[in-house]
Design a protein. Structure first.
Length: 316
């Protein structure tokens, strides 16, 4: 029987989707790709294959999960299977360099960025930002991992030469202009089926690790997700959000075969938008969605169900 196959390496980020698939009585199977084998001479089953592979898999001990997933996705595509967020999408997921180049191609402004490999090269690259605040981040990351703010080259040097220095898993460090939001928030635009679903405002006053998944509130003290308190919610849906940037995002998604994603941007004091992340393993915050009545994983499940219906027609 044809079914929906969910390819991933983190069950906690997948449970919300499988619960929705069960609610809709959609047949599914999980492929946990932290390790495994693929017989390239074999023929994959019929169905819809949705990749939720994450750039942060190495932080959960799944260092080579993206590489295995890349092989699986290419195998599926070669056999003409319906793949949601396929091999091209995974390339973008694990490389912010590729993301920025693609964003610029579609006229979407990104913060000025310099890449460097090696500690000496990182310090040399920092000279491009002397006299202003800048941030460093990992090329292959996720959840804001490796993001640090510096107000001087000397501060970066102390960090790079300390035991606290985090070596990026692919060796590539990005140095980037620090875009300061006057109200300390960023906006994340969610897309399902390549179309805009909603935008969520994320409070950044407590740091840069901005994973919206409910599991993050348990695993990561720097990733609160709007626990009940008198303080404003960290994540809040921006009702009625409408901006010309959405059209540019949708064109980029279509050109790259990205059907499910979250794209993040920040506005400076003049209201100018800078886009800095395309997350193709997007998660949703249940507190924010409960308030707005919009449910990302439900829409994802519905979309996958429609894609499954299409494959059934073709097979029959």
């Amino acid at each position: 029987m044809s079914k929906i196959y969910v390819l991933h390496e983190n069950k906690e980020w997948t449970d919300h989707l499988t619960k929705r698939l069960e609610e809709l009585n959609l047949p599914y199977e999980e492929w946990h790709l932290d390790k495994g084998t693929v017989d390239l001479a074999s023929v994959p089953p019929e169905g819809v294959f949705y990749s939720r592979m994450s750039a942060s898999s190495h932080t959960r001990g799944h260092r080579f999960a993206p590489e295995l997933t890349s092989a699986v996705l290419t195998w599926l595509e070669q056999h003409g299977r319906t793949v949601i967020n396929g091999s091209r999408v995974l390339q973008l997921e694990v490389s912010k360099v590729l993301q920025y180049l693609e964003l610029e191609k579609f006229g979407i402004e990104t913060p000025r960025t310099v890449i460097a490999v090696g500690k000496d090269e990182i310090l040399n690259a920092a000279e491009n930002f002397r006299g202003k605040k800048f941030i460093t981040k990992h090329n292959r990351a996720g959840k804001g991992l490796g993001v640090r703010l510096f107000d001087s080259v000397e501060a970066l040097q102390r960090y790079v030469e300390s035991e606290e220095f985090e070596e990026p898993v692919d060796g590539i460090t990005l140095l980037q202009d620090y875009i300061e939001s006057p109200e300390s928030y960023i906006t994340r635009c969610e897309f399902v089926g390549g179309k805009f679903l909603y935008a969520v405002r994320v409070d950044t006053s407590e740091g840069f690790e901005l994973c919206p998944a409910d599991a993050c509130s348990i695993e990561d003290a720097f990733c609160p997700v709007g626990e009940e308190s008198e303080a404003p919610a960290k994540f809040k849906v921006r009702e009625g959000f409408d901006h010309p940037i959405i059209d540019k995002y949708e064109k980029l998604l279509q050109a790259n075969g990205i059907q499910i994603a979250g794209i993040e941007f920040i506005e400076d004091k003049d209201g100018k938008i800078y886009t800095y992340d395309i997350n193709t393993n997007t998660n949703y915050n249940s507190d924010a969605e409960a308030v707005s009545g919009k449910y990302g994983m439900l829409e994802v499940a519905k979309f996958l169900g429609k894609e499954l219906e299409k494959t059934a027609v073709v097979v029959n």
